[in-house]
Every structure is written in C-alpha cells, then in structure tokens.
Design a protein around this ligand. Structure first.
Ligand SMILES: O=C(O)CCC(=O)C(=O)O
Length: 205
C-alpha cells in the first residue's frame, strides 16, 4: 500500500514547500538588455570575507544600491548604499507596481561564468524589514538554484533563466537556505539582482 493511501506520512518522510513564487520570463528582451548594458558600468568589487577565520575574496563580484540610510551588513562586510542607477530603479518601481513588493535596496551579483558561485546562506540579517519579501531577478546565463530546509535538509532545485523573477516570501529565510552552485559547463556571465526592504538608518544608531 502506498503511504498516501494511509492518509498520513511515515515518520521522517514529510516534505514541505518553500514559500516562493517563480515567474518565468518576467522581463522581456528589451528590459533584460537595458539592465545588462547598464550593469556594464556598475562599480562592482570583490571584497574579502572571513571563512573559518581566514580572509578570502568572494567568488563573484557585487555592488549594493539603495536609498539614503539603507546601508547593508552581511558576513562581516559593511556596504554603504550607492545611488540607484536608472534601470535598476525602474525595476524596483515595476516590482512595487506589479506585486506591491516594496524594496529600498538591491544587491547585484555578477558571476563571470560557472566557476563563480554563492554558498549556502539565508538573507536573514537584522536590518531586513520583518514581513518583507525578497525579489530575485536573473539575467544572462541559466543556472540551477538550490533551496535547502534548515532542519530536514530537504532540497529543492530550480532552473533560473534570463528574465525570470523568483520571489522569496517572508518568512522563507527563517527556515530555508539558498545557494548557486558551481557549474563547469557554464561559460557565459550571469547577473542577479535581489531587491530587499531594509529598516532605514538601521546602522546609524
Ligand atoms: O545569484 C543568485 O541567484 C543568488 C543570490 C543570492 O543568494 C543573494 O543575493 O543572497
């Protein structure tokens, strides 16, 4: 007899769904192109973070744009918000219009190819506004994206393609981690923009 015939699950086999929405092809070609061209002028950097007590450059490049007073701190890095570029700001407004998704900062990650990566983590910093969702936009190369439940270790794999929007709903970050693993076959660059809603002036006392 299959377990669903019993009307309950066997111990240790329960699965849960991460609170996410995936909107494939959210941005059209022109919108993708405008953002990718704009990003060629972003002041990306590759800061060093502590991993097991030793300093290493992050395995990708990044930049943080945001409203005044929306500075961000993660993995021991303090990142002052740079002023919004035109198309990144337009996309912030589009997300607010289409989904009521409020944000006041965006972290842009640039992965030069499949060797660049993002390790397992949750976006659960203290300055993230309680109750807020995080919107993640992919541009360029398609890459797999993983979610992992913190307790059960259950894994969910998504394929993120150029123009896709992934919304990570509150309170996903409390129970799930996410990562972008290496992919040897990927030779093209990928950009990712995660729009976040921070508590303004959190780092100014
Ligand atoms: O590039 C991605 O899809 C993941 C980005 C990410 O995990 C983050 O910005 O926290």
């Amino acid at each position: 007899m299959h377990q669903q015939d019993l009307g309950f699950e066997l111990p240790g086999t329960a699965t849960t769904k991460p609170p996410i929405s995936l909107i494939p092809g959210y941005l059209n070609q022109a919108q993708q192109q405008a953002l990718m061209l704009e990003a060629e002028h972003y002041p990306f950097s590759r800061p060093e973070i502590a991993v097991y007590g030793r300093m290493h450059p992050i395995p990708r490049r990044q930049v943080w744009f945001g409203d005044d007073g929306c500075d961000y701190q993660y993995s021991g890095l303090f990142i002052r918000a740079l002023p919004w570029p035109k198309y990144a700001l337009r996309l912030r407004d589009k997300l607010a219009h289409d989904f009521g998704l409020i944000s006041n900062g965006v972290l842009v990650n640039h992965y030069k190819d499949g060797a660049d990566t993002m390790g397992w983590h949750s976006d659960d910093e203290a300055e993230i506004m309680p109750g807020s969702d995080i919107a993640s936009i992919t541009l360029g190369a398609s890459r797999p994206f993983f979610l992992r439940h913190k307790q059960s270790k259950q894994k969910v794999e998504l394929q993120l393609n150029s123009g896709d929007l992934l919304i990570m709903h509150w309170p996903m970050q409390a129970s799930w981690q996410h990562s972008l693993p290496k992919r040897a076959g990927v030779t093209q660059p990928r950009l990712n923009l995660t729009y976040r809603h921070l508590i303004p002036h959190f780092h100014q006392g």
